[in-house]
Design a protein around this ligand. Structure first.
Ligand SMILES: Nc1ncnc2c1ncn2[C@@H]1O[C@H](COP(=O)(O)OP(=O)(O)OP(=O)(O)O)[C@@H](O)[C@H]1O
Ligand SMILES: [Mg+2]
Length: 298
């Protein structure tokens, strides 16, 4: 499975949020989208799953333009777990999670659907919550139920918007490890937005770093999670150490905002990225093939 994003631009009213996004995300695998608040991560995910329609460019899932796929058909292949569910229905956890089976629902599949729901609740360690009311759960429990709802959909591609932001450190590790394992065992593509750089560094196969509505860098965690990138994109000084071949970030200090948000430095970096990518492509090495060809357009 593959998500291909071709020169996507998006604006809320007249305010541009995404511009010139071109990206190939190939599954199976576990991919993390990182980037500061407000850079367009959630908006990009919404352009992939048809919650929003890009103002320009196109999104293809396995070669098919999402504009030509119905919402119900798309939901069979692409699951989505939002950052927070405002839909706090007075339903039990089982019923809430069962809603994730909707794209597959047929009148005679209830037993199998229930098995899938209970297996998923067990896998997430929340089967004891099955008969509790969804709208009476803690934030972390709530988040696990929403994740369960996405998982029972059994999609080929699962888009997760900060799925572990309310979990304690133990459960963040548990859940992210489980997602990584699922991507391998089920052969699916999981794309997870996260603010936890070290968790992404530890588990992601690939990291997409966004900044100011564009893709700033893409690659293996060790290629993208660097002191330079963290300084330019997040405005922080850090020390990045090697932890068994994976980067681990030790935060040092926050830079003054004017230094951390220097648009011309950002554009210079993006142009350099494009040049090095073009060189890699022409070499046939293309670790970043298909990624952000249009980045340098201003
Ligand atoms: N419904 C909306 N109407 C208008 N502007 C919006 C809307 N949703 C988001 N925005 C704006 O679009 C920009 C990108 O928002 P988005 O939610 O995609 O950011 P994000 O990278 O997911 O940030 P965060 O890490 O805080 O979740 C922000 O400036 C935000 O204020
Ligand atoms: Mg967001």
């Amino acid at each position: 499975m593959e998500i291909r994003i071709n020169d996507v631009g998006f604006s809320y009213a007249s305010v541009p949020v995404l511009s010139g996004i071109s990206l190939d995300i190939k599954g199976p695998g576990f991919v993390s989208i990182l980037g500061p608040n407000g850079v367009g991560k959630s908006t990009l995910i919404h352009c992939i799953n048809k919650i929003l329609q890009p103002k320009s460019g196109s999104v293809l899932i396995d070669g098919k333009d999402v504009r030509d796929i119905s919402i119900k058909e798309l939901a069979k292949d692409v699951g989505y777990v939002p950052y927070s569910a405002n839909d706090t229905f007075p339903l039990t956890v089982v019923d809430t999670v069962m809603m994730g089976r909707h794209p597959h629902s047929k009148w005679n599949t209830l037993d199998r659907d229930l098995d899938i729901v209970y297996d998923t609740l067990r896998m997430l360690g929340i089967s004891h919550l099955a008969m509790r009311q969804f709208n009476e759960l803690s934030a972390g429990q709530h988040q696990k139920v929403m994740l369960a709802r996405g998982l029972v959909q059994e999609p080929q591609i699962l888009l997760l918007d900060e799925p572990t932001s309310n979990l304690d450190i133990r459960h963040q590790l548990d859940v992210t490890k489980m997602l990584k394992r699922l991507s391998e065992e089920r052969g699916i593509l999981i794309v997870m937005i996260s603010h936890d750089i070290n968790i992404a560094a530890k588990f992601a196969d690939q990291v997409i770093l966004m900044f100011q509505g564009r893709i700033y860098d893409v690659g293996a965690p060790a290629e993208v999670i660097t002191e330079d990138n963290l300084r330019s994109v997040y405005g922080v000084e850090s020390k990045v150490i090697d932890d068994d071949g994976r980067p681990h970030v030790i935060l040092k200090d926050a830079l003054p905002m004017s230094e951390s948000c220097n648009p011309s430095a950002v554009m210079a970096h993006i142009r350099a990225q494009r040049a090095s990518q073009d060189a890699a492509d022409s070499d046939g090495k293309s670790v970043r093939r298909g990624v952000e060809r249009i980045l340098g357009r201003t």
